[in-house]
Design a protein around this ligand. Structure first.
Ligand code: UD1
Length: 363
């Protein structure tokens, strides 16, 4: 069985790594890896391949950045000839980025089975490009692998037949558990002069937060307050850096003497930074899950989450972008108020194995 797995953007790489490993170890699966090139900077892509031991992609489509329509269309144009030449038995896509839906559409229109890993997540916010990508990819997938119960519930409500849907756990958590010891050896805290449990880690990259100067300015109010309490480490996504570039907001950030604005970090350094933080503030999807397994308090600077289990049982709180609300939640965390976080079912490091097993039975 020949399976083409697709990775395009940074959050895909930690999901693809354990799948490639499980496929290589499974009799009867002939894996192939396609990188769409949606992310292309050394620190957004190659570094992750090296650190996570992901095999060199068989093909790199080299698509790069563009508007949503351009990026999606370029991936489709470049991926179609690959599928025609290779004639795989299945195409596997992960997550919710533009590369996910683009390659998914190419596969099903060529009559190739489509497998979606991290299916069924819903923020119910159609202004998020990822929500559109999730809904559409799930609608055309043959096999749907979910990380949490809400995914199954959402897919059932949307009419997916039970025999197509599997709760298997979380491949991104497979990667985290596998790399935790290695990350512990990272020297990032020493490099930045940070003490375990004595700083906040921040990431921001959602268009709704960083493309809108009003919202971004409110979030800077929060960072101003937090950095008066403790140092902030802020590895900055290229989108965020570009938006700040030369603006009045950049000046405000530079004036925060206790905030360290960093280039994007590699996987191991970032895992170390997250796991040793007193608190994490983020608008990322994946970081809500990673802090859950690490039991590090996380404030999600969004109005909603597609990963409700992280807030129901994990260490995550959805706090929006109003500074007062965020700082109230922040103070609760600092005061040690809140419940003891739990680990969601099946987040045990074996999700990729389960997926490989189902694929050998079903394709
Ligand atoms: C994409 C995903 C988002 C994911 C995020 C993680 C979509 C719709 N969005 O958003 O779901 O959470 O990745 O990073 O697919 N850039 C670089 N170097 C790179 C890549 C991008 O400088 O290697 C810059 C470019 O200026 C580009 C901008 O970042 O225009 C945005 O990149 P893009 O791939 O369009 O979306 P992300 O914001 O990264």
């Amino acid at each position: 069985m020949r399976i083409i797995s697709v990775a395009g953007a940074r959050p895909n790489f930690m999901k693809i790594a354990p799948l490639m490993e499980a496929f290589a170890a499974t009799d009867g699966i002939e894996p192939m890896l396609v990188h769409t090139g949606q992310h292309y900077d050394e620190r957004m892509s190659d570094l992750f391949f090296r650190q996570l031991g992901i095999p060199e992609p068989d093909v790199n489509l080299g698509v790069g950045s563009g508007s949503h329509a351009v990026q999606t269309a370029e991936v489709m144009k470049a991926f179609e000839p690959v599928v025609l030449a290779e004639r795989p038995d299945a195409v596997l896509v992960v997550g919710d980025v533009n590369s996910t839906i683009a390659c998914g559409m190419v596969a099903v229109k060529l009559g190739v089975k489509l497998v979606h890993v991290e299916a069924g997540l819903r923020s119910f916010d159609r202004t998020m490009p990822e929500e559109i990508n999730r809904v559409l990819t799930d609608a055309i997938s043959d096999l749907l692998f979910c990380t949490e119960q809400s995914g199954l519930d959402n897919l059932r409500r949307e009419g997916a037949a039970d025999e197509r849907v599997f709760l298997v756990g979380n491949v991104m958590i497979d990667t985290l558990l596998k790399n935790r010891a290695k990350a512990d050896a990272s020297g990032i805290l020493d490099q930045l002069g940070l003490a375990t449990g004595g700083y906040a880690a921040v990431t921001l990259h959602r268009p709704a937060n960083v493309d809108n100067p009003e919202v971004l300015s409110r979030l800077l109010d929060v960072l101003e307050a937090v950095q008066r309490d403790m140092p902030i480490a802020f590895p900055m996504h290229p989108r965020t850096r570009k938006n700040l570039g030369g603006s009045a907001l950049a000046g405000r950030m530079e004036a925060m003497t206790n905030l360290k604005a960093l280039d994007p970090l590699g996987y191991l350094d970032f895992l170390k930074l997250m796991s040793s933080a007193r608190i994490v503030l983020t608008d990322s999807g994946g970081i809500q899950e990673e802090t859950t397994i690490l039991k590090v308090p996380c404030l999600t600077l969004r109005e909603n989450t597609e990963r409700p289990v992280t807030a129901e049982v994990g260490s995550n709180r959805i706090v929006g972008t109003d500074p007062e609300n965020i700082l109230a939640a922040y103070r609760e965390v600092m005061d040690g108020r809140g419940r003891e976080p739990q680990i969601p079912p099946l987040w045990d490091g074996r999700a990729a194995e389960r997926i490989a097993q189902v694929l050998t039975e079903r394709i």
